[in-house]
Unconditional design. Structure first.
Length: 183
């Protein structure tokens, strides 16, 4: 009678199975590193863009609520500055619009809460104080750069172009433009 020295079948991986397993893991790692991991960078870019849009939108809303010009009626309505008199409908002539050559906060001595017309915001940047606050934009939006500029887009000076440039921490420049008319 023959004696069986092996009490059971031996189990394990063959060399071919190991090579196939390594190849599958290699393909999976390549897919992860080229498709999935870069998504994290793109997600942060999207977050920076959203925060930039929020910052620009809040400033633009504030500017939009201000008068077009220092000589525009502070309560709004008519007559706007440079309005032509229309006696046939009872519209008086408006005060002449200020001849703004250098936009800015009326000589650089206005506190932020005293800005009263659109051009006062020209030159505002990330170091400017936020409205009704002692905090600057730089402290609330670290890593972001901000610059507001106001200009006349056409020679007849009946509208003002408001440009808000926000630079994200990644260095991406986002520009937001709005035109404010004299009404």
């Amino acid at each position: 009678m023959a004696v069986n020295t092996h009490s059971g079948l031996q189990r394990g991986f063959t060399l071919i199975e190991l090579v196939v397993g390594i190849a599958v893991i290699s393909i999976a790692m390549v897919l992860l590193t080229t498709m999935l991991f870069p998504q994290a960078d793109r997600a942060s870019e999207t977050l920076h863009r959203v925060r930039s849009a929020e910052l620009a939108h809040s400033i633009l809303n504030e500017i939009w609520a201000k008068r077009y010009d220092g000589n525009t009626n502070p309560n709004g309505g008519i007559p706007a500055c440079d309005a032509i008199a229309r006696p046939d409908i009872g519209l008086p002539a408006g005060l002449p619009c200020t001849d703004e050559v250098d936009f800015g906060d009326d000589g650089g001595n206005l506190a932020r809460n005293d800005f009263n017309d659109v051009d006062d915001y020209h030159g505002m940047n990330q170091d400017s104080l936020m409205l009704n606050s002692n905090n600057s934009y730089a402290s609330q939006y670290p890593g972001y750069a901000l610059l507001v500029s106001v200009s006349y887009p056409n020679p007849n000076k009946n509208s003002k172009l408001i440009t808000i440039d926000v630079t994200t921490p990644n260095g991406e420049l986002l520009r937001f433009d709005a035109v404010r008319s004299n009404y």
